[in-house]
Design a protein around this ligand. Structure first.
Ligand SMILES: *Cc1c(COP(=O)(O)O)cnc(C)c1O
Length: 436
């Protein structure tokens, strides 16, 4: 299948080209020309299938033209070596727990899938040439991508993160790995990190010398596989007889996860409506309300993986609805919550239900609770394990939550990072030596 750029000013790409390039030459994001609905028989049987089986069927729909079934099956099964259970929080609201992977956050799914797909496309090609993966992170992307790509031959990963704006536990997950992973501590915001990465992809000189690619959710190999777990959520609801009028709430920052949910719906997943739940970074809620999109600088919140002021996947959402605000607002509502709202929700939920929300999941839980109507079943994404934000969670709830073993292991490593400014010249100079 061919992929086009959302800016419609770059040549079409094959899947392999789209994955290796990341961003299209016109600065647009790649989208598949067709999103094929899955057959009714798939939905009839979905409640009898495992997560891996479901994901493989979805993957065939998305990538089956480009990757032989056996290879695709290996990529999918290797990626999903962990579960994504649906947990009842209130009688009508379920948490889809996406934090059972190696770095305890949902980005493991996309990052692991992308690492495997990239390795598949590069096997035997690009000989002698290192692929440099550039990734800007507000916390969780860096750890997921670094761990997903750790030790993969022929690939170097450069993680850019905003100094002092990620949690200590997040930071150690990508600064202690070594090997083919380098962390760059940027004296700026996440948006500055993202701007440096985007600029590097558009820089002719760097691109003539090095093979640069992105592992942000702009990459189709990271963003599309996120569709898998929405089908798995539906399968679990169907097992409970609760699948009618499913409402899906996605805690959103860069909007890759929500974009994948919208793709899932186009593939036939019966979702009644979506809620995009945001922290105080509210360009999307404002757009839904006013029809005017105004990206801005991000503000720091306690749900910091969602601190994005100019969400890159907004272009994909616009594209999916041919730019129609009415069509978007008919399917997606959106709300913004302050840090105080988030903290209050975490307390209230823990007190009333015993369920421990992380700050990101709390944004989504509150949005679901606030808007769910009679007859609807809410599924909100719990995108990170609360222990990833231990100090925030403990401070709000007065708890002392245990670090899962996988997380504790990271904290024992030695932090290594390269100091970086927000100047593109400095970043280019770094790449000129480090990307060889
Ligand atoms: C990245 C992230 C989000 C936001 O996901 P987007 O796809 O960028 O909208 C939400 N929660 C957590 C824990 C994250 O790491």
């Amino acid at each position: 299948m061919k992929y086009y750029s959302t800016n419609h000013n770059a040549p079409d790409a094959t899947l392999a080209e789209a994955v290796v390039k990341g961003l299209a030459a016109d600065n647009g994001l790649y989208m598949p020309y067709q999103i094929k609905p899955l057959p009714q028989s798939f939905f009839d049987n979905i409640d009898r299938m495992s997560f891996q089986e479901i994901a493989f069927e979805v993957a065939k729909g998305l990538f089956g033209d480009d990757i032989p079934a056996d290879d695709l099956k290996t990529i999918v099964y290797d990626t999903l070596a962990f579960d994504a259970p649906l947990v009842e929080v209130t009688p009508d609201i379920y948490a889809l727990e996406l934090f059972h992977g190696p770095t305890l956050a949902f980005k493991d799914v996309g990052a692991r899938f992308m690492a495997r797909m990239l390795r598949y496309f590069l096997a035997g090609k690009a000989e002698g040439k290192t692929v440099n993966v550039l990734v800007a992170t507000s916390g969780d992307t860096g750890s997921a991508v670094a761990n997903g790509f750790l030790g993969v031959d022929g690939i170097k990963v450069h993680v850019l993160y905003p100094k002092g704006k990620v949690s200590a536990i997040q930071e150690c997950q990508f600064t202690t790995l070594g090997r083919n992973i380098t962390a760059l501590e940027v004296d700026g915001t996440f948006d500055d990190c993202q701007a440096l990465v985007k600029k590097a992809f558009l820089d002719e000189e760097l691109n003539s010398k090095f093979l640069l690619t992105s592992a942000n959710s702009i990459n189709v190999a990271r963003f599309l596989p996120q569709a898998f777990y929405y089908f798995n959520a539906y399968a679990q609801l169907k097992r409970l007889g609760e699948e009618n009028e499913m409402v899906v709430t996605v805690p959103s920052g860069n909007f890759g996860n929500l974009s994948a949910a919208l793709i899932a719906k186009r593939m036939g997943l019966p979702v009644k409506r979506f809620i995009a739940a945001c922290n105080s970074n509210r360009p999307f809620p404002d757009y839904i309300e006013s029809g005017v999109y105004s990206p801005r600088l991000s503000v720091a919140t306690i749900a910091n993986a969602m601190d994005v002021g100019a969400p890159s996947n907004f272009a994909r959402i616009l594209d999916l609805y041919a730019g129609s605000h009415d069509a978007i607002a008919a399917e997606i509502s959106s709300v913004s919550y302050s840090d105080a709202d988030i903290a209050e929700t975490m307390k209230q939920c823990y007190r009333d239900t015993g369920y421990l929300l992380d700050p990101h999941g709390a944004v989504a839980f509150k949005a679901t609770e606030a808007s769910l109507e009679r007859g609807e079943t809410g599924v909100f994404l719990e995108t990170a394990h609360p222990a990833k934000f231990k100090s925030t969670v403990d401070e709000i709830l007065g708890t002392d939550i245990a670090l899962p073993e996988r997380l504790a292991a990271f904290t024992k490593g030695t932090k290594q990072s390269v100091a970086m400014t927000t100047s593109f010249a400095d970043f280019a100079a770094y790449l000129n030596t480090a990307a060889r």
